[in-house]
Write a protein that binds this ligand. Structure first.
Ligand SMILES: NC(=O)C1=CN([C@@H]2O[C@H](COP(=O)(O)OP(=O)(O)OC[C@H]3O[C@@H](n4cnc5c(N)ncnc54)[C@H](OP(=O)(O)O)[C@@H]3O)[C@@H](O)[C@H]2O)C=CC1
Ligand SMILES: CC(=O)N[C@@H](CCC(=O)OP(=O)(O)O)C(=O)O
Length: 352
């Protein structure tokens, strides 16, 4: 079976990563590509590294009137929206109304409460009836809902790395006094657009904290942890910008009511993830690194139980453009379509 897909936001970093993956997906054909400001006619003019792999026209989103979307439906069934937050909120309903399945990579449909969205994103929220329809696409945690869904809100990159490490603790309601998350990302997490904060001389040879107390993944993480534990959860989280291109490393400090051992932590992860192809739990004493997941859909998780302080410390590494964006989007596509989760996603991390 071949599924024909549309990608909107094809010129952005996540869109380009989707194209790289889908070109090697055995069951998918990319039929239509849309970008915002159209300066080139073909994708390989914009991105010469795709030369000899793909040669289809790129078109401007200004052409996506309702009639045009209905016309696209004649040749394709699913759309990936790799567009900024605030843009997907209007595009997703149009595609859903035309009968498309939708996988949205932005934050527009992750938060179920529109008031919370407006508070953290400082933008108008999507219509509540569409917020209700979206399924939060954290593949390993909500696989059954994803399989039943036709509209996926793909998780944020930090949220993915953090929630995969924390989910086994919260779904078992292990009593936690406090959680502190210290997360760091490479610059491609900010997308392809130019900004003062991310240009070379601001990032190279530098290391800084950003969005202090304001990061939009804080309410996303709290929403999921609250759903898993059944009670209101709050986290403390800080985000930092690393002078690297790809990768997120999250270090998470858990202050638990009761002491834990390495064996108990290992057992929790084994129970939840032993059959999950993209989660690799490191043995005691081995810790994840961004380079060990670079270019792949893996999430590597390590742990350390500090008997001196009683804290459990978790370490989680992903490639923000793969497991943090396009890779997980394709994993969700595979789940939705009832295919093997790993189709198109067998990339081995690039090392060194
Ligand atoms: N980068 C990452 O690691 C992650 C990104 N995401 C999310 O994925 C989405 C895409 O991110 P990313 O690839 O980094 O972003 P980029 O800035 O690299 O790309 C954005 C894409 O959207 C298009 N676009 C911009 N403005 C509009 C508009 N008004 N209408 C339609 N299309 C528009 C751009 O087209 P043009 O080039 O013509 O301007 C481009 O194709 C975002 O919502 C982001 O939050 C999620 C997880 C991780
Ligand atoms: C380095 C960097 O700037 N990273 C981005 C994460 C991108 C992302 O996942 O954001 P959405 O929730 O909007 O999809 C940030 O911290 O906002």
């Amino acid at each position: 079976m071949v599924l024909n897909v549309v990608i909107v936001g094809a010129s952005g970093y996540s869109g380009v990563e989707l194209i790289r993956i889908l070109l090697q997906h055995p069951n998918v054909t990319i039929r239509h590509l849309f970008i915002h400001t159209q300066e080139q006619e073909k994708l390989d003019e914009l991105y010469p590294h795709f030369r000899s792999f793909i040669n289809i026209p790129i078109r401007s989103v200004s052409q996506l009137a309702d009639e045009k979307i209905a016309e696209l439906k004649e040749t394709s069934e699913l759309v990936f929206l790799a567009t900024p937050s605030g843009v997907s909120k209007d595009l997703a309903p149009k595609f859903l109304n035309a009968g498309f399945k939708v996988i949205d990579l932005s934050g527009d449909f992750r938060l179920k409460d529109p008031v919370l969205y407006e508070e953290w994103y400082k933008k108008d929220a999507a219509e509540p009836r569409f917020l209700e329809r979206s399924v939060y696409g954290l593949s390993e945690v909500f696989p059954n809902q994803i399989k039943e869904g036709c509209f996926i809100a793909n998780p944020g990159c930090y949220a993915t790395s953090i929630l995969l490490a924390l989910a086994p603790f919260y779904r078992r309601q292990i009593p936690i006094r406090s959680v502190i998350i210290d997360a760091k990302s490479g610059v491609s997490g900010a997308g392809r657009g130019l900004s003062r904060n991310t240009h070379f001389s601001e990032v190279n040879d530098n290391f800084k904290v950003y969005k202090v107390g304001k990061h939009q993944h804080i309410p996303e993480i709290e929403q999921v942890l609250t759903k898993l534990s059944g009670k209101k959860e709050t986290v403390q989280m800080m985000t930092h910008l690393l002078p690297i291109t790809r990768g997120i490393l999250s270090t998470i400090y858990l202050d638990l009511e009761d002491r834990m051992t390495d064996e108990i932590v290992a057992q929790l992860y084994r129970e939840d993830y032993q059959n999950q192809p993209f989660i690799r739990i490191r043995p005691q004493g081995e810790y994840p690194e961004t380079k060990q997941v670079y270019g792949s859909n893996f999430c590597d998780i390590g742990y350390y139980v500090d008997q001196r302080t009683g804290r459990v410390i978790l370490f989680s590494a992903i490639d923000n453009l793969m497991k943090g964006a396009a890779g997980q989007a394709v994993q969700n596509l595979n789940l939705m379509m009832g295919w093997d989760q790993t189709l198109g996603l067998t990339q081995i991390p690039i090392y060194p």
